[in-house]
Unconditional design. Structure first.
Length: 253
């Protein structure tokens, strides 16, 4: 009688093949479901960085048409009693756009500190004190056709004193008796040492304050420093101001 063939090995192989097929099918289905979620169900994107501290950009081009921006600038100017002396007031962590050029205050400040010989500490962990992290405030004036540095500063002073109810005479910056410089003139000379001229197109500070070209250069005022001084001045004694080219003080007489 012929022997019966043993079919168990073939059956075992069939079971193994079936398991492999089921495994591959299941894995493929899981991949497909991950890439094609159920309708209405959103999956969280992977490796997406969310910017939580986006830098504010002040678009000067839209200043007159954007009521929110215009109102914000008016509020900032009102803090210093200004209306026309500067075009915008920016914080040290903000940027502004003029025409198609965007520049950050950080870029300007780095150049000012290099000019002064200060060490830029942006890469040092030790700068975490409140004093170093304090935001500074800057007034930006966009140079217009016909401007000169003296008149820019004089208009700034007139704007400031007008807020205090004092109208500066157009001749307030002229010499007084004996050919001496008036107190206002000394303030203007001092202000020349406290501001910086920034070349918008070349992204650099300008050394020659007399060569200021319209719509390409900016006058940058450190508002906190300037107003710390101006707020101490009693205009009735403005002609007692003394200036030696570097230091400004008020004499007793």
């Amino acid at each position: 009688m012929p022997k019966k063939s043993d079919k168990r090995p073939n059956s075992l192989r069939g079971i193994i093949v079936l398991c492999v097929v089921i495994f591959i099918t299941g894995a493929g289905l899981m991949v497909w479901l991950k890439q094609n979620p159920e309708p209405g169900k959103k999956t969280a994107p992977e490796n997406v960085q969310i910017q939580t501290n986006a830098e504010t950009v002040i678009d000067v081009n839209t200043l007159q048409e954007d009521p929110e921006l215009k109102g914000r600038m008016q509020q900032r100017k009102a803090r210093f009693g200004l209306e026309k002396g500067v075009d915008i007031i920016a914080k040290s962590n903000e940027s502004f756009k003029i025409g198609d050029i965007t520049v950050s205050m950080k870029e300007i400040l780095d150049k000012i500190r290099i000019k002064r010989g200060d060490i830029i500490e942006k890469d040092l962990k030790s700068k975490g004190t409140d004093e170093k992290n304090k935001l500074e405030t800057f007034g930006i004036y966009i140079v217009q056709p016909g401007d000169n540095i003296w008149n820019i500063h004089f208009n700034f002073m007139k704007d400031y004193f007008a807020h205090k109810g004092i109208t500066l005479s157009p001749l307030a910056d002229e010499s007084v008796e004996g050919g001496r410089s008036s107190g206002v003139a000394k303030l203007l000379k001092f202000s020349e040492n406290t501001v910086n001229i920034y070349n918008l197109k070349e992204h650099k500070l300008d050394v020659d304050l007399n060569l200021i070209f319209p719509l390409t250069k900016l006058v940058v005022y450190n508002m906190d420093q300037i107003f710390a001084l101006l707020d101490l001045i009693d205009y009735e004694h403005v002609n007692n101001i003394q200036f030696d080219g570097e230091t400004l003080w008020i004499s007793a007489k």
